[in-house]
Design a protein around this ligand. Sequence first.
Ligand code: IMP
Length: 447
Amino acid sequence: MPGIVIVGAQWGDEGKGKVTDLLAERADAVVRFQGGNNAGHTIVRDGQTWKLHLMPSGILHPGKLCVIGNGVVIDPKVLTDELDELRRRGVDTSSLRISANAHLIMPYHLMLDHAGEAKLGRLQIGTTRRGIGPCYADKAERLGIRVQDLLDEKILKKKIVAALEPRRLSLRPFAKDPKLDLQAMTDEYLTYGHRLERYIADTTRLVHQQLDADRSVVFEGAQGTLLDIDHGTYPFVTSSNPIAGAACIGAGVGPKDIDEVWGVTKAYLTRVGAGPFPTELDGAIADELRERGGEYGTTTGRPRRTGWIDLVALRYATRINSLTALAVTKLDVLSGLDRVNVCTRYRGAEGAEFDYFPYHQTVLHHATGEYLELPGWTDDIRECRSEDELPEAAREYLQVVSEFVRVPIVLIGVGPGRDEVIWTRASAGMAGAGGRAPASTGARPRV
Ligand code: IMP
């Protein structure tokens, strides 16, 4: 103990990588528990930018146990490329451990993801086309191939044979003769097996050992709550559960192993891919937020849709995840706007009003935000390192957010660098913050 879960409280891309990186510094282990290389974590440190897709964010801290848990789906080509790149840049990757039970993304998963989206045409989900959905589908269908299978040629071949025929059939409407060669695929994946062998382990046991020895473990979520396959904006979601409860399943621990749940939210909102977005902006202000925030996908380079922060959705995310703390990122992106809006309820078709997140897809598709308009601030806040240094309007904004969802804000991002953060007074009691909060200045806590 303690176990600290970090999840995205929006539609992903909230800046979880940076928050995990900061917490990882004090933690003993970092565990990824779902998703795959559909995720993209950007970490800026010492003037260098790191774009990680599969690797737990803790990998940049030497000697820290970094686990890719059983709930993750792994494209071994991407993983081996990422390992090569990290090593090339001088990062020690020897503390990485990969769950033998994690599922592998196979070449036919990539083809099916592309084909599925092409077939949907205008109705497409806008997936990252990394094969994530088809891989999780095979896992549920018991046709999946797992990391441990890479270590035994006979088993690997048998399992590929079993999966190949049904997947060839699924692909037939899209390609007469999909290029899926059994031997070539087996050989390629055996090579990955050789390269990854030294990292493959019983990661559940490793995590138990950490917790039992009273070490602190950070469970790092990918994507965000509203992309959850059960609780998000289905079908415009990912194929896993990016919420706190999934940390237990995707790492192999029980709910009692979790002490804190940190939700990461941007000071505004973005979404990539299709699907409802009640606070979406268009025109000049949407472009301005996109440009200032560098809102282009880490994984796909796609421009992100932008909008005002949605407190109805954030309150929902708070409840679904049992958030105990909030990290608000990219507050600096709002500097210079003469007003900032926060959405506190939705208006639906025929004037209906909602102050909760509607479960019905049609209702959500018609919902638009109703806003509380708050004053903006003009000062550059990137140099601020305590709450008291923030402009009054920025503090008011944070206070409105925190009070609305009834969760303390413990960390505020004021720039892309890992040092460009404010640890608030509320972080003082948090295990995840590791006693980082500044000594009290005597001022009344505002957030
Ligand atoms: P998939 O996860 O590639 O199947 O994509 C399903 C949906 O989740 C699409 O709308 C993607 O844009 C979205 N998505 C997947 N991963 C991320 C992420 O890391 N950040 C933001 N959106 C994501």
